[in-house]
Structure formats: structure tokens, C-alpha cells
Ligand binder design. Structure first.
Ligand code: 5GP
Length: 214
């Protein structure tokens, strides 16, 4: 292990509030002294209200997406509700090497693909308090047709059992609390023995050396 950043995978059913939790955590990261970045995914789905190209996603055509697959520009990708979603490779490695941690907001399938390449990644699953709340949130964001809402709920029912293999589970009732908890997880993981053990030798090497006075 070295002082590379940490990959933090955040998954959860559509409308579980994971996007809001993640953006609130990013706003609070400086105050919490956590160096963390957000990986912006690429998608072929249409842009929703309150979404911004280059901030929520990079919105691209199917042809562009398939070119990125062919050029090996994606760490992982998946199709969901007939649309592609994927994680661009370029920025991820740069941030990790610079020591920043990176949050990947991706589905369980993408999480599996990332874990194969980065087994040390930490996984966090965001659970909604109930399906009633999930349906309410899906309807109030007014983005999907009735058919897509039904699809997303059924997909959530199929996907939630996958939370069993995640490292952490956050039940998202209060955004502020979930955001704080997410930052706590990142902080604790950065200080876990397996990640920071290299420091022991670094400190031991300073034994007996002359004291530096400035
Ligand atoms: P939504 O359309 O609600 O924004 O996202 C639909 C699903 O795609 C969510 O489960 C979301 O986590 C997932 N997703 C978003 N970006 C990516 C990505 O880059 N890769 C993968 N595998 N899934 C993603």
C-alpha cells in the first residue's frame, strides 16, 4: 500500500438519494478535511431537469459511447433501461495517483467490474427507508414515464439483495447524516491499518536521526 487515493463505490437503487448524498458529502469534504473527487460518468440517456452536462453526467450519443468502449476509455460500463452508463478512465487514475480519493456512483454490475481491477476499493450501498419512499421520490423528480418508474422499482427490488456483499450500508433517511457518514467511512478507510501500514516503517526510519531544527 502507498498513499494513493481510495476508490469509493457508491451504489443504490435509482432515487435512493445517492446522488444527493454524494454531492452533499463533496460540499462538506473540505471542512471535514477529506480530499475526495467525484467521477462523472458517461451516459446515453437523456438529460433530466436540474441536470447539467459535464456535472451530473457526460451526455453522449450511442455511437460516441460505443467508440469509447472500443477505444478502451472506460473502466467499466453497463446498460440500464436500454441506455449505456460508464466510468471514464482518464481522470480516475490521475486523481488516485495524486492522492485524492474518488467516489464512483455506479450500479452493482459496474461495482463488480471495478472490484476486479481495484480489489482494494471500498463499497457503500445506499438503501432507501422503504419502497413507498422510493416510489414517492421517483414520481416527484418527474423525469420518467410510468413505464420507466415501474421498471426502476422492479430493478430496485432485484438489486437491493446485492447490498449484502457491500462493505457499508447507509439507510438514507436524512441526507445530512448520510453525507456525514459517507465522509466518516472515507476517513476511517484511509486510516485503516492495511492502507497506512507503510507509515510504520517510515516513522521507524527516523529513529536516532538528528533532530531537525528550523
Ligand atoms: P440514473 O438514470 O438514475 O441517473 O442512473 C441509473 C443507474 O445507473 C443507477 O443505478 C446509477 O447508479 C447507474 N450508473 C450511473 N453511472 C454509472 C456508471 O458510470 N456505471 C455504471 N455501471 N452504472 C452507472
Amino acid at each position: 500500500m502507498n498513499n494513493k487515493g481510495l476508490i469509493v463505490i457508491v451504489s443504490g437503487p435509482s432515487a435512493s438519494g445517492k446522488g444527493t448524498v454524494v454531492s452533499r458529502a463533496l460540499e462538506k469534504a473540505d471542512d471535514a478535511r477529506v480530499d475526495v473527487q467525484l467521477s462523472i460518468s458517461m451516459t446515453t440517456r437523456g438529460i433530466g431537469k436540474n441536470e447539467v452536462d459535464g456535472e451530473t453526467y457526460y451526455y453522449v450519443s450511442k455511437e460516441d459511447f460505443e467508440r469509447n468502449i472500443a477505444d478502451n476509455n472506460l473502466v467499466e460500463y453497463n446498460s440500464y433501461a436500454g441506455e449505456y452508463y460508464g466510468t471514464p478512465k482518464d481522470k480516475l487514475e490521475g486523481w488516485l495517483n495524486a492522492g485524492s480519493s474518488v467516489i464512483l456512483e455506479i450500479d452493482v454490475n459496474g461495482a463488480r467490474q471495478v472490484l476486479e481491477q481495484y480489489p482494494e476499493a471500498v463499497t457503500v450501498y445506499i438503501l432507501p427507508p422503504s419502497f413507498q419512499e422510493l416510489e414517492y421520490r421517483l414520481r416527484s423528480r418527474g423525469r420518467d414515464s410510468e413505464e420507466k418508474i415501474r421498471y426502476r422499482l422492479a430493478k430496485g427490488r432485484d438489486e437491493i439483495p446485492e447490498a449484502h456483499w457491500y462493505d457499508y450500508i447507509l439507510v438514507n433517511e436524512i441526507i445530512e447524516e448520510s453525507a456525514d457518514d459517507l465522509l466518516c467511512i472515507v476517513k476511517a478507510e484511509l486510516n485503516s491499518r492495511k492502507r497506512i501500514e507503510y507509515k510504520i516503517d517510515e516513522v521507524l526510519e527516523t529513529y536516532g536521526k538528528d533532530q531537525q531544527n528550523d
